[in-house]
Design a protein around this ligand. Structure first.
Ligand code: MIC
Ligand code: SF4
Length: 648
């Protein structure tokens, strides 16, 4: 009998059509997700797409969480929230109101279940892998199709084993574990893999720690990460009064992996990921004493009870020396902290206790000063993400962040606590409050719900089919590692998510080239097509599909790069943009911004193209998307294809 690893078991259990045997790595696979997740920044566009699908009620356990656009300055954010609430009631979802918590934190505590599967319109949906769940991020359109009951197409990943031994020293946290794993696997080029955690060290990592580790697998670009479901999982679920959701999920003896990475927890030290893009993972000790201006402790990565209680123990009886903010992951966590007396410690230490939301992680408040240095416990430190283009944000664990806040400079927590200082935290029962959600309404009540569309919500544009020949110009030439925050920044532009035209006009590539949207629109309005050329890792980071939709609105029809990240490449196909790679990567150097180019679609089905560059000749290209994406790209995008199929 074949011995299966956990990743293989969970893929098989959730494969569409009762599949008996998994395909080889790299071959197509379809998943029938049991759960779906929207948040409010990607959710409005995704929900508008769902409405176009003509389905009466969601087919999955669907959770919608308001957590990103919580500033609500002016009516736009609140309008989106009311729209999502009416959508949720109408179509049978769970709705989590503003302030109830971050989508991944509330999903983990109240909905994630071992053996099941979730696809969410947020790249860190991978968080729930800590519960032994198949958990993946995707663009909103893909999530909406899954919600409507359609299976999701992916490639069978290679399963890489991360074998954990030893146990963490005091002051070293799960965040340090994942930063060290990322140090080994790197932050790009991991598209076809998933990570499975095994080994004797797992028992010392609780479910929240495991979620931290799976959350940031996304920064490595892996499809998902997964832990087994064991006694640790069982007692977590019992604590949350969800014992019935437990099912064991462990690898068979003799299960094999494509590669093994060994991590001895006892060897790890507090680690810092330097700005920008987790540039290098250094020991905190090597940066000790460097000045900082602000500290943010929060985000779906690690704002769980145990971590914030540790922060409380570090802050007990002390005052912070720099601006410090703490945003608990959920209201349940905040209430648990209050019950244990930690909120009082935070306030007494001079900390700003923020809303239970994404907050400073995505530049929604608490932006650092110009040229400032912020330590953050979040998972991303892309350029400009904090809301301050000139500031540097370094990523650390909550313990390092708290110790540094107390000292006013980068500090290894062990230097404050002493090497053997065990941080014993107060254990109080977790807060379970399912009434903090609006549960799915019975169908008769759902039928009566009137949808609320605020004036800021614009309908999704209708996208036209791919012409027989694209001709236009190279609008932008870019380097490596262009993130979705470069393409379509969040921060102060987040409110525009429900009006894609305006979001495109004001924000697309604004941090890279302020003239981009005007130039692109001029080319589009002249009846020509826009092209972008770039290096490797194009589209890394967020699952935000506006990074595909907005360039498309501005007339971009093809992006030629040395390599793409998985979710973004799928989003490009969903909006009818060709993702192409160079046959000879060195050709990128020969192409200039502004060059006049054309691309004949006659060879689209073969996947091979020649980009004709005026004055330079032909450059051979390959389609980066799969053959199965071709009908969608031809039709102009996923919804255009869907509409044409309905009409036929
Ligand atoms: C992020 O962390 O970048 C976000 C904001 O949560 C995104 C989703 C978005 O852009 O709305 C993500 O990770 O997918
Ligand atoms: Fe929110 Fe930040 Fe987590 Fe994204 S990474 S879901 S912005 S807390």
């Amino acid at each position: 009998m074949t011995a299966f690893n956990v990743a293989q078991k969970i893929l098989l259990a959730n494969a569409a059509g009762g599949l008996k045997q998994l395909p080889e790595a790299g071959q197509p696979l379809e998943i029938q997700f049991t759960h779906t997740l929207y948040q409010d920044a990607t959710g409005t566009a995704a929900a508008l797409a769902f409405e176009k699908m003509g389905v009466d009620r969601v087919k999955t356990t669907s959770v919608i969480v308001v957590d990103h656009k919580t500033l609500q300055v002016g009516y736009i954010d609140s309008d989106d929230h009311h729209y999502l609430e009416s959508f949720s009631k109408k179509f049978g979802c769970y709705f989590s109101r503003c302030g109830n918590g971050i989508c991944h934190s509330v999903f983990l505590q109240d909905f994630a279940a071992p053996g099941k599967s979730v696809i969410g319109s947020d790249s860190h949906t991978t968080n729930a892998g800590g519960m032994g769940m198949l958990a993946m991020g995707a663009g909103g359109t893909d999530v909406s199709f899954a919600m409507a009951g359609t299976s999701y197409k992916m490639d069978m990943p290679k399963v890489v084993q991360v074998n954990i031994t030893g146990s963490l020293h005091p002051g070293v946290l799960a965040k340090d574990v994942i930063l060290n794993v990322l140090k080994v696997i790197g932050i790009k080029g991991n598209k076809g893999i998933c990570l499975e955690y095994t080994g004797s060290g797992l028992k010392s990592l609780n479910v929240a720690d495991r979620a931290t580790i799976c959350n940031m697998g996304t920064e490595g670009g892996v499809a998902f990460s997964i832990f087994p479901s064991d006694d640790v999982t069982k007692s977590y679920l019992e604590g949350r009064q969800r014992a019935k959701d437990f099912q064991p999920l462990v690898a068979d003896a003799g299960a094999t992996y494509s590669r093994t990475i060994e991590v001895n927890l006892s060897d790890l030290q507090p680690t810092i990921a330097l700005y920008p893009r987790l540039k290098s993972m250094d020991k905190v000790k090597d940066h000790a004493g460097e000045p900082i201006d602000a500290v943010f402790i929060g985000s779906c990565t690690n704002a769980n009870y145990e971590n914030l209680a540790r922060v409380g123990e570090i802050l007990r009886g002390k005052k912070v020396k720099v601006d410090t903010a703490i945003a608990p992951g959920s209201q349940a966590i905040a209430r648990q902290l209050a019950a244990a007396g930690y909120l009082e410690i935070f306030y007494a230490a001079g900390v700003r206790v923020m809303e239970n939301a994404c907050s400073a992680c995505i530049g929604q408040g608490f932006s650092p000063a110009s040229k400032g240095v912020m330590l953050s416990t979040a998972n991303r430190n892309f350029e400009g993400r904090s809301g301050t283009e000139t500031a540097s944000v370094h990523l650390v664990s909550p313990a390092t962040a708290a110790a540094s806040a107390v000292m006013g400079c980068i500090t290894d927590p062990r230097d404050l606590l002493g090497n053997n200082a065990e941080l014993s935290i107060k254990l109080v029962p977790p807060v379970v409050d399912m009434d903090s959600y609006i549960a799915p309404l019975p169908q008769a009540d759902a039928d009566k719900v009137v949808m609320r569309y605020g004036p800021g919500i614009a309908p999704l544009p209708t996208l036209d089919p791919l012409p027989a020949k694209l001709s236009g110009e190279i609008l932008l030439k870019l380097g490596n590692e262009i993130t979705t925050d470069h393409i379509q920044p969040a921060g102060k532009y987040l409110s525009l998510r429900s009006n894609a035209d305006e979001y495109a006009k004001q924000a697309t590539f604004v941090q890279v080239d302020k003239t981009f949207s005007t130039r692109a629109a001029a080319v589009r309005d002249a009846g020509k097509h826009g092209f972008i050329v770039a290096g490797d890792g194009y589209g890394m980071g967020s699952s935000r599909e506006h990074a595909g939709l907005c360039p498309r609105i501005l007339g971009v029809r093809a992006i030629v790069a040395k390599g793409f990240e998985r979710i973004h490449l799928a989003n490009l196909a969903n909006f009818g943009i060709l993702g192409l790679t160079f046959e000879n990567p060195a050709d990128l150097d020969r192409i200039q911004q502004g060059a006049k180019v054309s691309l004949d679609m006659a060879t689209l089905d073969s996947g091979n193209f020649k980009l004709v560059v005026e004055g330079l000749g032909d450059i051979p290209l390959k389609l980066a998307q799969g053959k199965e994406d071709i009908p969608m790209i031809r039709a102009g995008g996923a919804l255009s294809l869907f509409a044409s199929q309905q009409a036929a």
